[in-house]
Design a binder for this molecule. Structure first.
Ligand SMILES: Cc1cc2nc3c(=O)[nH]c(=O)nc-3n(C[C@H](O)[C@H](O)[C@H](O)COP(=O)(O)OP(=O)(O)OC[C@H]3O[C@@H](n4cnc5c(N)ncnc54)[C@H](O)[C@@H]3O)c2cc1C
Length: 482
């Protein structure tokens, strides 16, 4: 059944899609935002899911990557206005602490944080080992760790409430909110036809596909994006009131210790819809790609990976030694990594269908600026942002083929890691050497990455090996180290 004709349709009522709909509807009230609400019963839900079904996402400008820092800075500057206009609070400015090893040539995480923060005029404080313990006595990090603390314009957002706030403002501006699931987007006549599983068809002069980790499912795009969706597990520790008081003032934390497998992030105590307060920890290696709609749905219905949950629980006990949780449980989520390490914000040939996806595990805080870029691009029919379009260009099909050219200056750590953690891809890259399961992929010096096999996965009594991989060449070069 044919229904209304819209100027703009956004597919996906998640963090990026709701933001884009707010920006588009500021120019045309004849905008539709199509996507389902969060399922009420996750384990039995058989439809699509989103990566924003939570109460805590870290927000910060401190970032080793200048582009990501800029996207965050621009978004954070608008949080309070969106809260005021929607009447929905979603931002808690408790500050952010980034902790890493002292820069020593091979590890430049902290050095890059300093450099980007200085360039963007971010106000922050630096704490060396003893001062770090004194300033945050309830947190414990490895010897020699350095902390950069951003007290303002940082803390955490509720991704659920942010989507509600963006959607509310879009609706105030006249946008139509359609709580349906799209199965097909296709060019038809001079516009685009959007068909939903509920049996309705909507017509848009232009359509933006912002379906997160589900963007490559159903027939939302004519060709699959070059994007890998990874299964992620988080652990939530329920705290009693005394523990919440003990951690009062705790900032959101990102921790990069020497051991890559122990990289993690923490959210301070946050009250959840069940009325309880939880500290959350997430992180760990990106080693499980979800390749089909069935895989995605099954993962979202699960409580996450039990082994990852155990590892995260141990890390939590190490970082907050005095924590005495009332209960612990794990949850599942997904992150979508692009070839570039930045979101894809691009128009398909013909200029009527745009893509807006690929959060690379970092887009919650920056979704408003990413949504604005997508909205401006769709309106103008071309790139319409001051940042270089090349960063946000969509790539399609597979990746990591022999002969690909990687510009080392452009490669983000996320991208390098993504290239190497997927054994299937790695096999394609190198042909002769198959790595059973990579447990560590560490940038040791750009563009050289060190990877380590998982001994548990090595069959036939072979000894696990460490390899070095040089990217940035016409064909990535791999050297066996031992
Ligand atoms: C565990 C975890 C922790 C994270 N922590 C942080 C953090 O601390 N800070 C940070 O900045 N970022 C963080 N992120 C990343 C952030 O949550 C994502 O980058 C962000 O959610 C991506 O936004 P999106 O709009 O692309 O996807 P989503 O928020 O997932 O939205 C996609 C929407 O599309 C809808 N959809 C899917 N298919 C269809 C369809 N066929 N028809 C209609 N609608 C459809 C879904 O229902 C969903 O609402 C984290 C992610 C995870 C998983």
């Amino acid at each position: 059944m044919a229904e209304r004709q819209y100027d703009y349709i956004v597919v996906g009522k998640g963090l990026m899609g709701a933001a884009a709909a707010r920006h588009l509807s500021a120019h045309s009230p004849n905008t539709a935002l199509i996507g389902p609400d969060e399922p009420s019963d996750r384990p039995s839900h058989v439809g699509v899911f989103g990566s924003h079904y939570d109460e805590g996402r870290i927000t910060r400008i401190l970032d080793p990557d200048r582009i990501w820092a800029l996207l965050a800075q621009r978004s954070i500057a608008r949080y309070r206005d969106i809260e005021r206009r929607s009447g929905i609070p979603y931002y808690d400015e408790v500050g952010h602490l980034a902790v890493g090893p002292r820069p020593d040539g091979s590890e430049d995480y902290v050095a890059r944080l300093h450099a980007v923060a200085k360039e963007l005029g971010v106000v922050y404080e630096t704490y060396e080992a003893a001062a770090l313990r004194e300033r945050f006595p309830y947190l414990a990090f490895e010897a020699g760790a350095v902390g950069l603390y951003q007290p303002h314009n940082a803390g955490h957002v509720s991704p659920r409430a942010q989507v509600r706030a963006q959607t509310a403002v879009a609706a105030q501006q006249g946008a139509t909110i359609v709580r349906e699931t799209v199965h097909t987007v296709r060019q038809a006549g001079g516009g685009v036809e959007v068909s939903t599983e509920e049996g309705h068809t909507y017509h848009g002069a232009k359509v933006l596909v912002a379906a997160g980790g589900f963007s490559n499912t159903k027939q939302l795009l004519p060709r699959p994006l070059d994007m890998t969706v990874y299964a992620r597990t988080v652990v939530l520790a329920e705290l009693d009131q005394a523990q919440v008081e003990h951690l009062r003032g705790m900032p959101s934390v990102i921790y990069h210790p020497q051991t890559d497998a122990d990289r993690c992030y923490l959210l301070p105590p946050i009250r959840y819809p069940d009325g309880k307060s939880y500290v959350k920890i997430g992180g760990g290696p990106l080693d499980r790609a979800l390749r089909s709609l069935a895989d995605l749905v099954a993962w979202f219905r699960s409580p996450g990976d039990a082994q990852d949950a155990r590892h995260l629980t141990e890390l939590l006990r190490t970082i907050i030694p005095h924590l005495r949780p009332v209960s612990l449980h794990s949850e599942s989520c997904v992150t979508s990594y692009t070839r570039t390490g930045y979101p894809y914000v691009d128009l398909l040939p013909g200029g009527r269908i745009g893509v807006l996806t690929g959060g690379n595990g970092s887009a919650a805080k920056s979704a408003d600026e990413i949504g604005r870029m997508g909205a401006e691009m769709l309106r103008a029919g071309q790139w319409a942002c001051d940042l270089d379009a090349a960063h946000f260009r969509a790539h399609f099909g597979g990746m990591g083929h022999r002969g690909d050219v990687y510009d080392p200056a452009r490669l983000s750590q996320a991208f390098l890691t993504q290239q190497l953690v997927d054994p299937g891809r790695f096999g394609r890259l190198e042909g002769r050497i198959r790595v059973a399961r990579i447990v560590q992929a560490q940038v040791v010096a750009r563009p050289v990455v060190q990877i380590v096999e998982d001994p548990a996965k090595v069959d036939g009594g072979r000894t696990p090996k460490t390899y070095r991989v040089a990217l940035g060449l016409r064909s990535p070069r791999l050297t066996k180290m031992r």
